[in-house]
Design a protein around this ligand. Structure first.
Ligand code: 13P
Ligand code: SF4
Length: 312
């Protein structure tokens, strides 16, 4: 890319020229969030991907998000800045092992987090995100046994919230598992008025520190509505950009991680693989493109549609 090129201007031009919609997750680099047409959590972005009348969906997020967009809008071109932007939670649930796991629990309803491959979704009855997981579990009859996968922390949170006896796959997100309960406790001593906002992918001991537990979108909404002036935000640090932008009068402190010598917050290396330069190139050359085999798409679509139906 020529150094004199104004990437932001070029991306704006490409959006118009190609009738493209740019979707960005809250964990994206601030510069990407600032030029996106829509910023959101997994649920909101998939709802937009399903309804858009753009010709091309540019998904600044991680692979499973682009894949879900393609499943929902198969006739649109879906491009992502970096094909290698994966997700540790997705990797914690390999399809062959999951298939064997399911065989041990026949007649269970399989509720799968959106952070999973299309193959895992295709083996599921209904998909969920952090913002609708509780409602999805509650939509299933009381006497029906349920499997929740792949995130064990979200699974245990749901067990607690709904009182249901869930069978849980033991996967986790490496970004959300590094927050330190002790360090949050210390921070609370110096900021006693601060509200602790926690993503359900965090460990149970960290969830126990929370004033509020929810998806990125719900964390943002809680901070907007709260009278509090200070917040300790225990999720990927990218969301702080949007929080600070929306609420300049409030203070947001990134949740501290175990790591002593690195930045005290937690960043998702996969989300941060996307850069303005890669975004520009993917829009210009319309690749890398997300593809999915039609039979797999069909099988993965039904559980996603069930989720969207309940989340209207
Ligand atoms: P949200 O749906 O809360 O945005 O979560 C997505 C994610 O990847 C969390 O790590
Ligand atoms: Fe996956 Fe965790 Fe990154 Fe979210 S923060 S995309 S769950 S690795």
């Amino acid at each position: 890319v020529a150094p004199e090129l104004d990437l932001i201007e070029e991306i704006q031009k490409l959006k118009k020229e190609k009738n493209a919609v740019l979707l960005a997750h809250y964990y994206q680099d601030p510069a990407i969030q600032d030029i996106a047409d829509h910023i959101g959590d997994s649920l909101k972005l998939s709802q937009i991907a399903e309804k858009t009348d753009a010709d091309m969906i540019v998904f600044a997020g991680v692979y499973f998000m682009g894949e879900t967009a393609k499943i929902l809008s198969p006739n649109k071109k879906v491009v992502i800045p970096d094909l290698n932007a994966g997700c540790s939670l997705v990797d914690s649930c390999p399809p062959a092992e999951f298939r064997k796991f399911l065989e041990q629990y026949p007649n269970h309803t399989v509720v799968t987090y959106i952070n999973s491959t299309a193959e895992i979704k295709a083996m599921s009855d209904i998909v969920c995100t952090s913002s609708n997981a509780k409602a999805i579990i509650e939509s299933i009859p009381e006497d029906q046994p349920i499997i929740v996968a792949p995130d064990k922390n979200l699974g245990n949170y749901l067990k607690n919230e709904t009182g249901r006896d869930l069978v849980i796959w033991e996967g986790a997100c490496t970004v959300h598992e590094v927050f330190s309960m002790e360090k949050i406790q210390k921070l609370k001593e110096t900021h006693p008025e601060a509200k602790v906002l926690v993503h359900p992918e965090c460990e149970k001991v960290v969830q126990m520190m929370a004033d509020f537990i929810g998806s990125t979108g719900k964390i943002l909404a809680y901070a907007r509505e709260s009278e509090a002036k200070e917040f300790i935000v225990v999720t990927e640090a990218g969301i702080l950009h949007q929080m600070q932008k929306d609420m300049p009068e409030k203070t947001f402190i990134p949740g501290p991680s175990f790591a002593e010598n690195t930045c005290s917050c937690s960043e998702c290396a996969f989300m941060k693989m996307n850069t303005l330069e890669k975004l520009y190139l993917c829009m210009k050359y319309e690749r890398p493109e997300v593809h999915i085999a039609p039979e797999m798409r069909e099988k993965a679509l039904a559980p996603i549609q069930r989720m969207l139906e309940i989340s209207k």
